[in-house]
Design a protein around this ligand. Structure first.
Ligand code: HGY
Ligand code: MN
Ligand code: MN
Length: 421
């Protein structure tokens, strides 16, 4: 399967892994915050990321472009001009105070695998994509990058505002892009042969199994929403306790219920991660609290039942406390199975490299959930230390990254376009 001798291939993969880790460190320097890594959608540091990632893509033999929602795309031509495309991608945005590998390492691995091809032409093009937005931090809307590429971007989001009051449409313009061109981001499904997303596991399974890599069988579904309790502001020293319509205790009650509910169910994850209190002043009764809810389960019915019951409880809290309850920006993503045939190709590539290929379920969401709608999709998971993610302590080893690079390169060399009948 390899055209170079196995030991040379391993040595080169190791060199590419060292380079890949150094590149992740470089990108972690492009942050909105002076301490730690925070890089949300279409902010200034993303320009610097595009400069570096674009340079690395060109060095690996790719043409580079940035589409209308800020995805960066490196194109490695096929042996024939009319061939389909295999896409390798992940995201370049981060959560607040993030680790340096979530998303980023998948893009860097894609570039490393193309570089390891050393100009060898394949019966398909390879597009390495750095999705501009996956985490949903800036506009409370995840997957902006991949929904544009999949041709299912929701235009209504263009009016959505960030915490500074900038709309998504304005943010796109501020970045030097044109929102009118968003429909041009879409790939024709027929032009795509496969999508592979390499990603850190963000959980403890591979480490417990002492395996560097795994193949994702399915991604759990998720519901995210912002909910609001609206009461009445007043003087903390004069409004009698019994007559208050305080929004904060209502929100706290709900947060505790969400945690209790999550603990009761197997494989259920229920999180309140964000709480905004208004006016957020120590001697004023809070009149408005917004809180985020994130509910996940591999089984869609279990998840939707959980969401319904939690919302019923929220309404009953609001009634009892005489505050208003309102839901904003709800997004529901069903659980997504990976493509069996493509996952088998990935597993075969792993076995050919003497690498582990056990299946595992992803609790985290990924651009692969979106891409699976238009193209056969597979995910390669890479062990991360302690399963820690969305945290500055995210960590991977050079050996594991070298394994992932061998796996991705061999996958590219193995995959075959269907023969025309
Ligand atoms: O939140 C998630 O599941 C992912 O890390 N974006
Ligand atoms: Mn993430
Ligand atoms: Mn991610």
């Amino acid at each position: 399967m390899q055209t170079t001798a196995p030991t040379t291939f391993r040595k080169e993969a190791r060199q590419r892994a060292e380079e890949a880790l150094a590149r992740c460190v470089t990108l972690a320097g492009h942050s909105e915050s002076t301490t730690g890594l925070t890089r949300t959608y279409l902010t200034k540091p993303m320009k610097a990321v595009h400069r570096d990632v674009g340079d690395w893509m060109r060095e690996a033999g790719m043409d580079v472009r940035i589409d209308a929602v800020g995805n960066i795309i490196g194109h490695y031509p096929a042996a024939r001009p009319d061939a389909q495309t295999v896409m390798i991608g992940s995201h370049l945005d981060t959560v607040h105070n993030a680790g340096m590998y979530d998303g980023i390492v998948g893009v860097i691995l894609g570039i490393a695998a193309v570089k390891l091809l050393k100009g060898m032409r394949l019966p398909f093009a390879v597009d390495v994509v750095g999705f501009s937005e996956e985490e949903g931090v800036r506009f409370s809307a995840p997957f902006i990058g991949s929904t544009a590429i999949a041709g299912i971007f929701d235009d209504a989001l263009l009016a959505r505002t960030d915490s500074q009051g900038r709309t998504l449409a304005q943010a796109i313009e501020d970045f030097g892009l044109n929102a009118k061109d968003i429909s041009k981001c879409a790939y024709a499904p027929k032009s795509l042969l496969a999508y592979l997303e390499p990603h850190i596991e963000q959980g403890p399974v591979l480490e417990a199994a002492n395996e560097s890599l795994g193949v994702v069988s399915a991604i759990a579904g998720q519901t995210r929403m912002i909910v609001n309790f609206i009461g009445e502001a007043g003087h903390a020293g004069t409004v009698p306790m019994r007559s208050r319509r305080d929004a904060l205790p209502a929100a706290c009650e709900l947060a505790l219920y969400v945690e209790r509910y999550g603990r009761c169910g197997t494989d259920l994850f229920a999180t309140v991660g964000q709480l905004n209190v208004e006016p957020n002043v120590s001697n004023v009764i809070p009149n408005h609290v917004r809180l985020s809810m994130d509910i996940r389960h591999p089984d869609d019915e279990t998840r939707t039942t959980a969401v319904t019951q939690i919302l019923m409880h929220a309404n009953s809290i609001a009634e009892r406390r005489r505050v208003e309850f309102r839901i904003d920006s709800r997004s529901d993503r069903s659980a997504v199975a990976m493509d069996d045939a493509l996952s088998d190709v990935l597993k075969a590539a792993l076995r050919a490299e003497d690498l582990p290929a056990s299946p595992l379920v992803s609790g985290a969401g990924h651009d692969a959930m979106i891409m699976a709608r238009i193209v056969p999709t597979a995910m390669l998971f890479l062990r991360c230390k302690g399963g820690i993610s969305h945290h500055p302590d995210e960590s991977v080893t050079v050996d594991d990254v070298a394994d992932a690079i061998r796996a991705t390169t061999t996958f590219l060399k193995t995959i075959q376009p269907p023969t025309k009948g």
